[in-house]
Structures are given as structure tokens and as C-alpha cells.
Design a protein around this ligand. Structure first.
Ligand SMILES: [Mg+2]
Length: 240
């Protein structure tokens, strides 16, 4: 399995077993109810490396394949990113059934249709044009552009999780903390709900997000291997 270590809430002590226990509990909740489980991913720094040329960023090896596996095994898999949806569509062209949320959810690609959040519609052309012209990624090492609309990764995750009993969110920077908070709040309101917050650590912002996470993965390159362990567990459970 890819290097995984315990984050905040699964740690009752700093020994190895606490990490294993937290991970085991998360996997158990997932394989018990795959039809009520969702996996949600940030893109840059999570499923793809941070690069000097943001336009050149592609998913790490195995990221698309493992996403495809999960799409067949669990209720919901989606990408939630600061990138425009068209950028994400190009990267996940093999997975048209996987919902993509761009510009923090201002744009969505769901059921084969690109939509603009109705509140944000007036801002979308400006946001898209500016994001493209700037050639920068939102989040780390960059200018972050947000319209005056109440929409963030946490709100998208809350919508996506409405019918789920377990949800995983993978992110790498502090803008992903909103999604972590959504899972925490849902657990508070619904003790039967399991939220799994996974930080993909990095030297720049990793420590801040890791402090809020249940589990930490060392780098985007380690995420597909970690997902593969979950895919195997799901398949083992499903096979007679
Ligand atoms: Mg990111």
C-alpha cells in the first residue's frame, strides 16, 4: 500500500496501530456500503503534480484508471477543482460519466452536460477568461480568483454527499479545508455518516491541511496506489 499515515482524528497516540485502525475503519465503512459511498478529489496537487506551466499539468500515472475503477464500484466519484471544467474534461475524457466541478463549482459537468451555477452565471465568462489569460492555477503559488458568490468546495461536497453514508475527500491545500469541514459537520449532524479527510501533503501547505486530516498521503504520485488498495478491498467484498 502507498505510504499513508494518520492525521488528526484517528490519532489517539502516535504509534503505528492508530494509523492502521483509522484506515481500517474508513475502509470498512466503504466496503460495507459501496452504493452509499462517494470519493471526491481536488485536482492540482492531489491527482496531478504542481508544475511551473499549469497548462501542461496532466493527472499522475494511474489517477484516471483508479478513478475509472471507483466509478464502477461506488455511488459517486467527482473532481472538484479551481480549473475550468473544459480543462478537466480534457484530462478525464475517458470518464464522461464522472461529474466534474470547475471554478470551485461555478461550472459543472454532470450527466454529459456543462452547466453554470445560476447564481454565478453572470461571473462565469469573466472568471473563465481571466483564468485562461492568467494561465495560473488557483490554490497554491498563485492568484486566486473568486466571484462574489457563496460557493466553495465545501458546498459542492455537501450537495454531493446528501444521499451518502460515507465520503472521502482528497485535497492538498487550505482551500480544501472547506470540504474537510463539510464532512466533519455532516458527521456531527449524522453520527452514522463516515467522513474521511485525506491530505496529500506537500512542503508548502501540507502541514496546515494535514493537521485537519484523518489520513495523509505523501504526494499525488502515491494517491493511485492508495486508491488501488481500496479498489482491491471493494472488489474482494463484492466477489462471491
Ligand atoms: Mg489542489
Amino acid at each position: 500500500m502507498a505510504p499513508v499515515r494518520a492525521g488528526r482524528s484517528v490519532l489517539s497516540s502516535s504509534d503505528e496501530t492508530s494509523s492502521a485502525r483509522g484506515l481500517d475503519e474508513a475502509i470498512s465503512a466503504t466496503v460495507s456500503h459501496p452504493a452509499k459511498t462517494g470519493f471526491f478529489f481536488d485536482y492540482d496537487g492531489t491527482l496531478a503534480p504542481i508544475m511551473l506551466d499549469p497548462a501542461a499539468v496532466r493527472p499522475v500515472a494511474g489517477a484516471v484508471e483508479r478513478s475509472a475503477d471507483l466509478v464502477t464500484l461506488v455511488a459517486r466519484v467527482a473532481i472538484i477543482s479551481a480549473r475550468p471544467v473544459e480543462f478537466l474534461q480534457e484530462r478525464f475524457a475517458n470518464l464522461p460519466e464522472m461529474p466534474l466541478y470547475g471554478l470551485y463549482g461555478l461550472q459543472s459537468y454532470v450527466d454529459g452536460e456543462v452547466r453554470i451555477d445560476h447564481e454565478a452565471a453572470a461571473w462565469e465568462p469573466v472568471m473563465s477568461d481571466t483564468a485562461r489569460a492568467a494561465g495560473r492555477q488557483a490554490g497554491r503559488m498563485v492568484v486566486e480568483l473568486k466571484p462574489p458568490v457563496r460557493l466553495d468546495k465545501g458546498i459542492i461536497v455537501a450537495r454531493e454527499c446528501a444521499e451518502l453514508t460515507t465520503a472521502w475527500y482528497f485535497g492538498d491545500d487550505i482551500s480544501d479545508a472547506k470540504a474537510f469541514e463539510t464532512l466533519t459537520e455532516r458527521e456531527r449532524l449524522d453520527p452514522a455518516f463516515t467522513g474521511v479527510r485525506v491530505a496529500v501533503a506537500n512542503g508548502e501547505t501540507g502541514a496546515r491541511l494535514a493537521a485537519l486530516a484523518d489520513l495523509c498521503v505523501d504526494a499525488p504520485e502515491a494517491v493511485p496506489e492508495f486508491l488501488y488498495s481500496l479498489v482491491r478491498a471493494l472488489r474482494d467484498q463484492l466477489s462471491p
